[in-house]
Design a protein around this ligand. Structure first.
Ligand code: CA
Length: 709
């Protein structure tokens, strides 16, 4: 037996020599990448449909390889008809790749069609058609035809030459990735290592935290300047990057581990956490909020079949399969919205957005500052979304609370906002987003708890709005509400689909208010699994009637059909010319009517609600959260907090010997500040110097153990 061993070694050496080291190794990878791309292109194709389309186009193709219904000389910028020539040939190539052999006539017609494309030399006046749409379609055709080794080298190279005339390096954003994709096709077809290197490097370049647009250091996503776009452009980014990464898995061109970590974190910790059950937060869609079904996330589990976003993410990193399966089970509604949801809290200081997730609910807030841009309108979309970023609160328990409600919303009563109550919806004046106003927008977070603030100063209305996030409740405070506008000022608590009865506690009695109410005596109210309590009462109105509207009124590209439905709308009336008015309400999502009626002792103490200072203590959690709009002191029972600069902070274990501080600078302008803290069991003699994060991390939270022993 031992004698055989050298022979095996010889064989192995011989194999190595035959394969020829690196070059042969890479060549195998080109085949593998091409096979992955072909599999991707075939994955969402329906054979019967492709067959039907192909036989129809085969019969109408002229002998010279053209079609009579295509104006090859067209230079149109949109709906550029010559592109149809390539989409038809792509169907031909797809069918050839799907079937094993035969189809000589189809092979012949495909080649004639490709030769005609060269001859026609069609060009659009829109660079996108020439530099992205046409080369992509051509690349896909050539990759699909690889299966049958069809085009001659001469024809192939002439077609590839046309695809080269694009500057990949200079392209930005989503365009860069689109161009990189057809560079990858070309590198695969020509087995060109250095071209593949360039294409892949460029394709993965946006997976980085240092871009002005795109993914941010706080893992939010911005587009069109500093504008929140987590689901809209952020989703295009996810789809594109996972698509390319899935083609390259297991090859030397695979996405580098450090980039994959970034991409996965954006998907898992930001994007998927904005979804409750099947539906996403209405705050993250950009102007897409005005499109029907935009909140429905079912497509990320099904669209493209095996090419769905979640399927691609699973292919790229099987280690995430469990988390992705759980998300898919919630989105497809095979499991309840609470299924495997773990608590999380994040303040995105680059985009002025707060995410607060608990097993039984989500409560997210959209704000804006002079560092960011208000929600955009454009291409005749989101016509009435003028006030969307003014502290909009997305409160979801089931998930469908706002699904497709947009056409019938009263748009100056977006949930959570404070603003003027107009008789009619106001149109957005500036397209593509208006720069925000005010510096004091920020939040502090430890990943579980936190508070966020918004210094509203828009449309002749000012207010200091703050949200204090705990486990079972979110406390919403507003102070310094001032306006000289002609309209009355309101703060909207919610405006969602009306579902089931509404009960309220008024003058010490539980009453049914399903038909609406207007009162100054409301203590709490319950509707559709959400409780609202009003510790300081206030002039509060509830309507539950039918509201009507159309998609066309908010998005000119959509249907003008009139829709209507019952809407639960609850708001504070601050009246005309309010001076230093305030509001306070506590939202308890995921609560039954019975639990609300049990009226448990509230663990919430509102310690201050003025335009200088807002503070809330949670006695069960031993946590105090404070917004200091100016330097000052908070004294609450046995403890005192002093700061020499405006900031937001919270202290855990506030009454214990080991208090922990979380603090941030909403103005993103300070380098350091001094903090004093003392309680019955904790004393520091000198104020503590707190250094604030700088550079890309301005506005993020500092964590300090006040007693590190
Ligand atoms: Ca109104």
């Amino acid at each position: 037996m031992a004698m055989n061993q050298p022979r095996y070694i010889c064989c192995f050496l011989l194999m190595l020599l035959c394969c020829g080291g690196k070059v042969a190794y890479s060549q195998d990878h080109f085949d593998r990448i091409a096979a992955n791309i072909i599999q991707y292109l075939k994955a969402d194709a329906d054979t019967a449909k492709v067959q039907k389309a192909v036989s129809s186009f085969q019969s109408t193709m002229l002998p010279n390889g053209s079609w009579a219904d295509i104006a090859y000389a067209s230079k149109a910028e949109t709906n550029w008809v010559p592109l149809m020539h390539l989409t038809r040939l792509k169907q031909f190539a797809l069918l050839l790749a799907m079937q094993q052999g035969g189809q000589q006539q189809l092979e012949k017609q495909t080649l004639t069609g490709l030769r005609y494309w060269l001859q026609a030399n069609s060009k659009s006046n829109n660079w996108f058609q020439n530099d992205i749409a046409a080369p992509t379609a051509l690349g896909e055709i050539l990759i699909l035809l690889k299966v049958r080794k069809l085009p001659s080298v001469g024809l192939r190279d002439s077609l590839l030459t046309g695809m080269k005339q694009v500057n990949l390096i200079k392209a930005v954003g989503a365009n860069k990735l689109d161009i990189a994709v057809h560079f990858i096709y070309r590198a695969c077809i020509t087995r060109d290592n250095s071209l593949m290197d360039t294409a892949v490097n460029q394709a993965f370049m946006p997976v980085s935290l240092s871009y002005k647009e795109g993914l941010q250091p706080d893992y939010s996503y911005r587009q069109h300047g500093p504008q929140l776009q987590i689901a809209s452009y952020g989703q295009v980014f996810l789809n594109g990057e996972y698509k390319v990464a899935s083609w390259l898995v297991g090859t030397p061109y695979a996405m580098p581990a450090e980039k994959l970590t970034i991409l996965d974190r954006y998907l898992l910790d930001t994007y998927l956490k904005t979804i409750r059950g099947r539906y996403s937060d209405f705050n993250i869609e950009g102007r897409g909020i005005s499109r029907n079904d935009v909140l429905d996330r079912l497509p990320i589990t099904t669209q493209g079949g095996k090419n769905s976003l979640l399927a691609l993410a699973r292919t790229v990193n099987p280690d995430n399969a469990r988390l992705l399966d759980e998300a898919e089970a919630r989105i497809t509604q095979k499991q309840a919205p609470a299924f495997q949801v773990t608590p999380a809290h994040a303040f995105f200081y680059k985009s002025d957005y707060t995410l607060h997730v608990r097993t039984f609910y989500s409560f997210n807030v959209r704000t804006v500052s002079k560092r960011t841009i208000r929600t955009e309108a454009g291409n005749k979309e989101n016509i009435t979304g003028k006030f969307l970023p003014d502290g909009a609160t997305n409160i979801q328990v089931i998930g469908s609370e706002y699904n497709n409600i947009m056409p019938i919303w009263e748009w100056d009563k977006i949930p959570g906002i404070t603003g003027r109550d107009y008789a009619a919806d106001q149109k957005t004046t500036l397209e593509w987003g208006e720069r925000g106003v005010g510096a004091f927008t920020g939040g502090a977070s430890d990943g579980q708890y936190g508070l966020s603030v918004y210094g509203l100063d828009y449309n002749e209305v000012t207010a200091k709005k703050a949200w204090f996030f705990f486990d079972d409740e979110v406390v919403c405070l507003g102070a310094g509400i001032n306006s000289y506008a002609r309209e009355a000022i309101t703060t909207t608590v919610n405006q969602s689909w009306q579902k089931g009865p509404v009960s309220a506690f008024v003058k010490g009695k539980v009453i049914d208010v399903s038909a609406g109410i207007s009162t100054s005596e409301l203590q709490w109210l319950w509707h559709d699994g959400i409780g609202y309590s009003f510790p300081d009462k206030g002039k509060i109105s509830l309507t539950t009637g039918i509201q009507s509207g159309s998609w066309a009124a908010i998005n000119a590209n959509r249907s003008a059909d009139i829709l209507s439905g019952k809407v639960f709308k609850l708001w504070f009336n601050h009246g005309l010319d309010p001076v230093d008015q305030s509001y306070a309400y506590i939202v308890k999502p995921g609560l039954s009517e019975k639990e609300m009626m049990a009226h448990p002792t509230s663990p919430i103490r509102i310690l201050a609600n003025t335009s200088k200072l807002q503070a809330v203590e949670h006695t069960d959690l031993q946590m105090v959260q404070v917004a200091f709009y100016e330097a000052g002191t908070l004294t609450a029972g046995s403890y005192t907090i002093t700061v020499d600069q405006p900031c937001v902070l919270f202290i855990k274990n506030v009454l214990a010997k080991n208090p922990v501080l979380y603090l941030s600078d909403p103005t993103q302008s300070l380098t350091d500040l001094y903090l004093g803290f003392s309680s019955a069991v904790f004393k520091v003699n000198d104020p503590i110097s707190v250094s604030l994060p700088q550079g890309d991390y301005k506005g993020s939270t500092v964590h300090i153990d006040l007693n590190p022993r």
